[in-house]
Design a protein around this ligand. Structure first.
Ligand code: FES
Length: 196
């Protein structure tokens, strides 16, 4: 990717404006912001799984929760966003996630159990900043229609599956934690029925 393409991608990512809806352990909120949820001190101490209500997470929106002191991003991806995954594959550093951390069930084209639902640690694999969610879709026919995540610390860019682009400071995809769906439109972060 050339410097010009990177700059273009950043500019386009910085124009993002999708509503971010968040809610954890309670009804999700409709206002456009990220809610940071902190589990109880006891839960933090034991690193317990975190139960998240995703029933009101809108298409294109993101929840941000905390698990084991780290941010976890939960994104409900639109079909349009999912379409970008294949398009950007040639531009990615590790498109098949061979060198990246994720459970086996997330080592696939969408890095998820359910293609629509993305779960990632919001921790940049360069030096640990929290990448920003950039869910915009570019103008039709534009050269670089990116949706994904931008780490403002040193400019690493990730696609909407958390896969890092080539020639970025970060050299690994964003980590996928263990997780699983539970009844009632909830998600459990940090456990999947196997070893958590
Ligand atoms: S910490 Fe993200 S690019 Fe450096």
């Amino acid at each position: 990717m050339s410097d010009g393409e990177v700059d273009l991608g950043r500019r386009r990512m910085l124009t993002a404006a999708t509503v971010v809806t968040a809610g954890v352990g309670a009804a999700a909120l409709a206002a456009p912001f990220v809610l940071s949820f902190k589990p109880s001190a006891r839960a933090k101490a034991v690193g317990a799984p975190v139960k998240v209500d995703i029933s009101k997470l809108e298409l294109g929106g993101m929840l941000r929760v905390e698990w084991r002191g780290k941010p976890v991003y939960i994104v409900r991806r639109s079909a349009q966003a999912l379409d970008t995954l294949q398009k950007v594959t040639p531009e990615l550093f590790d498109p098949d996630s061979d060198q990246s951390d994720q459970p086996e069930y997330a080592k696939n084209a969408t890095r998820s159990r359910d293609p629509e639902l993305l779960v990632l640690l919001g921790v940049c694999t360069h030096l640990g900043c929290a990448p920003e969610f950039r869910p915009q879709v570019g103008s039709p026919g534009a050269a670089n229609e990116l949706v994904g995540f931008l780490c403002a610390c040193h400019g690493s860019m990730f696609d909407i599956a958390g896969r890092v682009f080539k020639s970025m400071p970060a050299a690994a995809n964003l980590e996928v934690p263990r997780y699983r769906s539970i009844a009632g439109g909830w998600l459990l972060i940090g456990a999947d029925g196997g070893v958590s």
